[in-house]
Design a binder for this molecule. Structure first.
Ligand SMILES: Cc1ncc(COP(=O)(O)O)c(C=O)c1O
Length: 341
């Protein structure tokens, strides 16, 4: 199968798995796992933060950041397409008692004016505007990359109102690979930020949340509280260190392959709209007289190509270690066969 469903589906390589065997291990709950500590040190440095905490998933990074930054009754300003709002089971409400205010950005990217417009006035009745969330890259925005000026502007606006700021950097490294702007610069003015190892970096699981030493102390306590603290977590951290050392260049290849597929899809009849392809995600819509997205997914599957349906007429393809240029050629050819007539 040529699997374009998600960059979460890549399998660890033999070399990545071998890195586990030689990893020094200890009890992470007692801060005694040297491999986890080394991963946290490297990610803190990469993101330009004082400290970092290894988590089992990106979702846990988001939810723990919310728990540390917010109190019940607070409100988070984010894009309406964000992962936090759509795909985390309502956990900001369930775990932290927090409300989300979804902005109608463009491809997941909003403006300082949007932030200003969403701010609650001081009031005895309203929720308290507490936190700003930026998702770099914006997944449902088609992997759109937030321009640095826009990040600086929205964070500046948020800070002027006293908000804390959090970056969901699940695919931050795809943005870094595309623009050459460092992860630390993108993350500079955020109180917390995380990167995911189970996406473009190709590790089986794991994400690292970074921020000040005090933020990370509180984040670790929340990790323990939620049952996310681990023991010999070095077996996982070793795969993440391997990814940092060996798979960083992959993000550029993924971005380039997605761009090349995107250019070719644009020419297929019945593809009515393409999101701009900024990074490794390709989102496109099919016309009303074409088969539905579900139908196309089923027909592609029969031909050995996996894609995701994101709505009745919207499809998503994601590039990662799983797929190469030949797979891209097959995706374009099979879609042309289904839609091109
Ligand atoms: C933008 C974004 N944030 C957060 C997550 C959650 O990451 P995880 O699957 O590691 O929990 C995802 C996963 O797809 C994502 O795309």
């Amino acid at each position: 199968m040529d699997d374009f469903y998600s960059d979460t589906k890549s399998l660890p390589s033999k070399e990545m798995l071998e890195a586990i065997v030689s990893a020094p291990l200890g009890d992470e709950q007692k801060a005694e796992d040297p491999t986890t500590a080394e991963l946290e040190r490297r990610v803190a440095e990469l993101l330009g933060k004082e400290a970092a905490v290894f988590m089992i998933s990106g979702t846990m990074c988001n939810e723990i950041a919310v728990r540390v930054h917010c109190r019940p009754g607070d409100e988070i300003i984010c894009d309406a397409t964000s992962h936090l709002l759509n795909f985390e089971c309502g956990s900001p409400a369930a775990l932290s008692g927090v409300v989300l205010h979804g902005l109608q950005g463009t491809n997941g990217i909003f403006t300082p004016e949007d932030v200003r417009g969403a701010m609650r006035p001081a009031s005895r009745y309203m929720p308290v505007s507490r936190m700003l969330l930026v998702e770099q890259t914006a997944n449902l925005g088609g992997g759109a990359i937030w321009p640095l000026e826009t990040i600086d502007a929205v964070v500046g606006e948020a800070r002027s109102h006293g908000l804390v700021t959090h970056m969901d950097g699940a695919r931050l490294l795809n943005a870094v690979a595309k623009t050459g702007i460092s992860a630390a610069r993108y993350a500079r003015d955020f109180d917390s930020v995380w990167i995911d190892f189970s996406k473009g970096l190709g590790a089986p699981c794991g994400a690292v949340l970074a921020g000040s030493a005090e933020f990370c102390h509180q984040a670790w306590r929340q990790k323990q509280a939620l049952g996310g603290a681990m023991r010999q977590s070095g077996v996982l951290a070793a795969t993440c260190i391997y990814a940092l050392e060996n798979n960083m260049a992959q993000q550029s290849r993924d971005n380039e392959l997605a761009a090349s597929i995107g250019r070719r899809l644009e020419r297929i009849p019945h593809i009515s709209h393409m999101h701009p392809v900024d990074s490794n995600i390709i989102i496109f819509d099919v016309a009303a007289d074409a088969p539905t997205a579900e139908d196309i997914v089923a027909r592609l599957r029969e031909r050995g190509v996996l894609l995701g349906a994101f709505g009745e007429r919207r499809l998503r393809a994601v590039t990662c270690l799983n797929v190469d240029e030949q797979a891209g050629d097959r995706l374009v050819a099979e879609l042309t066969a289904i839609l091109g007539a």
